[in-house]
Design a protein around this ligand. Structure first.
Ligand SMILES: NC(=O)C1=CN([C@@H]2O[C@H](COP(=O)(O)OP(=O)(O)OC[C@H]3O[C@@H](n4cnc5c(N)ncnc54)[C@H](O)[C@@H]3O)[C@@H](O)[C@H]2O)C=CC1
Ligand SMILES: O=C(CO)COP(=O)(O)O
Length: 337
C-alpha cells in the first residue's frame, strides 16, 4: 500500500519505519529540508531519533502535496493543537478514497474534540474513512525495533483490518478495536496522569504514590470515557492501562519528564523551554477537565494537574490536596469520585 506520513517527528518517523519494514511504499512529509535530506540519504532522523537507523526504503519530501498524491492512507502525527490548521492546507490534496489515520494523543482545547472528530469535521470525511492508532508506543523503543503492541481503532472494521495487516512486523503487533472513543480518550488522559506521576517523582515521592496516581488516574479515565460512550473494557487494554503504564513509568515519556521538571520546581515556561518535543498533556489537560465538568464527571487528578499548570497550586500543595480528599469506597460509579 502507499502511505503518506505527515510529519517527521519522533512518532511519525517511527511508525513510517514500521510501515516501510512491513513492506509498504511510504513517503514522509518533513517540514525541514535537512530532515528530509537526512532520511533520504543517511537513513536517519537526527532531530528526533538520533543514532537510530531507518529503513533504506523510507523516503521523505518537504512537499505535503507530493506525499499525499495517490496515497491509499494518510497518517497524521503532529501536535494536536495544530491539527485543524494543517488539515485546512492538506485536505485539498487528499484523494477521494484516501483513508486517514491519527497517531495523535490530544484533545483540541477550543472545542474539546478528539482528534478523529477534528479530522471528520475539518477534512469533511466520514467516520468510516478514519482510524486511530494508540497504545504503549514509546517511539524511540520501537524505532530501535524493540517489541511493542498497539491498537488500531475504527468504526470501519474493514479499514482497521487492512491497516492491521499493513502494520505487522516482527517487532510491532497491532490489534484492532471498534471503540474509537475509548482508545482516543485513553491516549489523551494518560498524558495528564503521566504529568501527575512526573510531579510526584519530581517531589521525591515513591513508587506507591506513582501506583496510586496510575490506578486512580485509570479510574477517572474510565469514568469520563464511559459517560462519553466508550466501552469500559477498552481501559483494561493496550490503549488504556497499557499506555498508562508505559508512559507513567518511563523516563522516555515527555509528559512524565515535563511533570518531573515542575515537581522539581521549574515554572511551566522553564519546563517548556527544557522540552524540545510535544508533551500533549500540558494543553489537553484543561480541555479534558472542561469536558469532564460539562458531563458532571469528577477528575480530581486532572484537576490538580490543571491547577499546577496554571500556576494556581504548587506540586507539593497538589499532592496534599489529593491526599486530604474525603475517604470513600474504591469502586466508583460513572460520575462519583
Ligand atoms: N513520541 C511518542 O513516543 C509518541 C507520540 N504520540 C503522539 O504523536 C503526536 C506527535 O508526537 P511526536 O511525534 O512525539 O512529536 P514530536 O515533537 O517528536 O514531533 C512533532 C512533529 O510535528 C511537527 N510540527 C510541530 N508543530 C507543528 C505545526 N504547528 N504544524 C505542523 N507540524 C508541526 C514537527 O515538525 C514534528 O515533525 C502527539 O500527539 C503524541 O502524543 C503517540 C504515541 C507515541
Ligand atoms: O504516547 C506515548 C507512549 O505511548 C508517548 O508518551 P509521551 O508523549 O509522554 O512521550
Amino acid at each position: 500500500m502507499r502511505f503518506a506520513v505527515l510529519s517527521a517527528g519522533s512518532w511519525g518517523t517511527t511508525y513510517a519505519a514500521v510501515l516501510a519494514d512491513a513492506g509498504n511504499d511510504v513517503l514522509v512529509h518533513a517540514r525541514r529540508p535537512e530532515i528530509a535530506e537526512a532520511i533520504n540519504t543517511r537513513h536517519e532522523n537526527p532531530a528526533y531519533l538520533p543514532g537510530l537507523d531507518l529503513p533504506h526504503a523510507l523516503r521523505a519530501t518537504t512537499d505535503p502535496a507530493r506525499a499525499l498524491a495517490s496515497a491509499d492512507v494518510a497518517v497524521i502525527s503532529i501536535p494536536a493543537q495544530s491539527l485543524r490548521a494543517n488539515l485546512a492546507a492538506w485536505s485539498p490534496h487528499l484523494d477521494e478514497g484516501t483513508a486517514v489515520v491519527s497517531l495523535m494523543k490530544g484533545i483540541e482545547t477550543d472545542t474539546g474534540m478528539r482528534m478523529s472528530e477534528v479530522i471528520q469535521e475539518a477534512a469533511a470525511l466520514p467516520a468510516e474513512r478514519i482510524a486511530v492508532l494508540s497504545g504503549p508506543n514509546l517511539a524511540r523503543e520501537i524505532a530501535a525495533k524493540q517489541p511493542a503492541a498497539s491498537v488500531i481503532a475504527s468504526t470501519n472494521e474493514d479499514l482497521a483490518d487492512t491497516l492491521q495487516a499493513a502494520s505487522v512486523t516482527p517487532y510491532f503487533r497491532p490489534y484492532t478495536n471498534t471503540d474509537v472513543v475509548g482508545c482516543e480518550l485513553g491516549g489523551a488522559v494518560k498524558n495528564v496522569i503521566a504529568l501527575a506521576t512526573g510531579l510526584a517523582t519530581g517531589l521525591g515521592l515513591g513508587d506507591n504514590a506513582t501506583a496510586l496516581l496510575m490506578t486512580r488516574g485509570l479510574a477517572e479515565t474510565a469514568r469520563l470515557g464511559t459517560v462519553l460512550g466508550a466501552d469500559p473494557l477498552t481501559f483494561a487494554g493496550l490503549a488504556g492501562v497499557g499506555d498508562l503504564v508505559a508512559t507513567c513509568a518511563s523516563p522516555l515519556s515527555r509528559n512524565r519528564t515535563f511533570g518531573t521538571h515542575l515537581g522539581q520546581g521549574m515554572t511551566v515556561a522553564e519546563a517548556t523551554a527544557a522540552t524540545s518535543q510535544t508533551a500533549e498533556g500540558v494543553k489537553s489537560a484543561a480541555a479534558l477537565l472542561s469536558l469532564a465538568r460539562r458531563h458532571q464527571v469528577e477528575m480530581p487528578i486532572t484537576e490538580v494537574v490543571v491547577r499546577v499548570i496554571e500556576a494556581e497550586l504548587t506540586a507539593k500543595k497538589a499532592a496534599e490536596l489529593l491526599m486530604s480528599r474525603a475517604p470513600k469506597p474504591e469502586l466508583y460509579t460513572a460520575t462519583a469520585s
